[in-house]
Design a protein around this ligand. Structure first.
Ligand SMILES: *Cc1c(COP(=O)(O)O)cnc(C)c1O
Length: 354
């Protein structure tokens, strides 16, 4: 039986995407060949790459607005250094909202001065800093829109003239935003878009080419753009499966439609966390994430009972990250409202038992 998969990543994908992806492994487009044995320069695969890139821009509302979409390798972690390599000449600002921001800061420090404009480290990253000053003259400001580990999410982005770079690995395509406010967005596929192995980068063309250092080809966005994201062999399976997920999202009604469902899922779970005395939320209410809900048991002695109950209900992947402990339920796009209902039922059963 299919599990209710709340894993933080790699994540649940739509069942029909799994089906189509597995068919393509056996016989791609009735060609008598597998997707993973054909040339990436073949017409069939070039079409996949073009479709994936254009769907990404279309869904974000960025088509024809001077942006390019790339499907690169190396994960979001590679983007921690690639963004700085391509954009950091002197000084950049970073908002430190957790583990992933800290890793981005560590890499960027190798390329220039890094200023932490704000940090929520003082409270183990359970909130999003607000009201911080953004100095003029920064090469860019780097934000992490959704903090996968701590379960916080930026609801309001700063208004600034400084170019915005945003790690959207765990909430891209989950909610409507004015994406034109960002100059560079990156997202590892495996949180909300596809399998591991590719990273979506959406970059405004006119912010590139401004740093004085030489950039190795594989790390140069302009090289990848000039080669239509095919500078070298792309991760064909990850790109194809991401394309299928983006098609699924478009057919569903795009980001507006999924946002509504994501709101319902989050409301259902958070109202249980708030009302059920057996559980306590981790993230501050106004900043909590619609993608990753972090919570704890009020009494740790109930752990064994709770763990047995959710496992029995066919739930997978709600153990918290080791740096937070407790539980984390990730509710990415493909997780159904019904699955959240199953978790909530288990939580209310805990209350009856307690
Ligand atoms: C998972 C994650 C990363 C790291 O992604 P990789 O693809 O494993 O390098 C970076 N940022 C955020 C917000 C994440 O959730």
């Amino acid at each position: 039986m299919k599990k209710h998969n709340f894993s933080a990543g790699p994540c649940v994908l739509p069942q029909e995407v799994f089906l189509k992806a597995s068919e393509a492994i056996m016989d791609f487009n009735e060609s008598g060949l597998s997707l993973i044995e054909i040339s990436h320069r073949s017409k069939d695969f070039v079409e996949v790459m073009e479709k994936a890139r254009s769907l990404a821009l279309e869904l974000l509302g960025l088509e024809g607005k001077g942006y390019s979409a790339l499907f690169l390798q190396g994960g979001a972690s590679m983007q921690f250094l690639m963004t700085a390599y391509n954009l950091l000449e002197n000084k950049a600002g970073y908002l430190n909202t957790g583990t992933w921001s800290e890793k981005a800061i560590k890499e960027a420090k190798m390329f220039g001065d890094i200023m932490e404009v704000g940090s929520s480290k003082d409270e183990n990253f359970n909130y999003i800093p607000k009201g911080y000053a953004i100095p003029e003259g920064l090469d860019y400001l780097h934000l992490t829109s959704n903090n996968t580990i701590f379960g916080t999410q930026i609801k309001k982005f700063p208004k600034t003239n400084v170019p915005l770079v945003c790690d959207m690995s765990s909430d891209i395509f989950s909610r409507q935003l004015d994406f034109t406010q960002f100059d560079l967005i990156y997202a590892g596929a495996q949180k909300n878009m596809g399998p591991a192995g590719t990273t979506l980068v959406v970059v405004k063309d006119d912010i590139l080419g401004k740093v004085s250092r030489k950039i190795p080809s594989m790390l140069d966005y302009q090289v990848h753009i000039s080669k239509d994201s095919m500078f070298n062999t792309p991760p064909v399976f990850a790109v194809y499966t991401s394309m299928l997920t983006l098609e699924w999202l478009k057919d569903l009604g795009g980001i507006a439609a999924i946002e509504e469902i994501n709101e319902k899922k989050a409301q259902l779970l958070y109202s249980e966390i708030d009302l059920n005395p057996v559980f306590q939320g981790f993230a501050k209410k106004e900043d909590r994430s619609n993608m990753n809900a972090t919570f704890n048991l009020a009494d740790d002695r109930l752990k064994e009972t709770f763990d047995a109950l959710w496992k029995e209900a066919g739930i997978n992947g709600i153990n918290g990250h080791r740096s937070v402990g407790g539980y984390r339920a990730s509710m990415y796009n493909a997780l159904s409202l019904e699955s959240v209902g199953v978790l909530v039922d288990v939580m209310s059963e805990m209350e009856r038992k307690g």
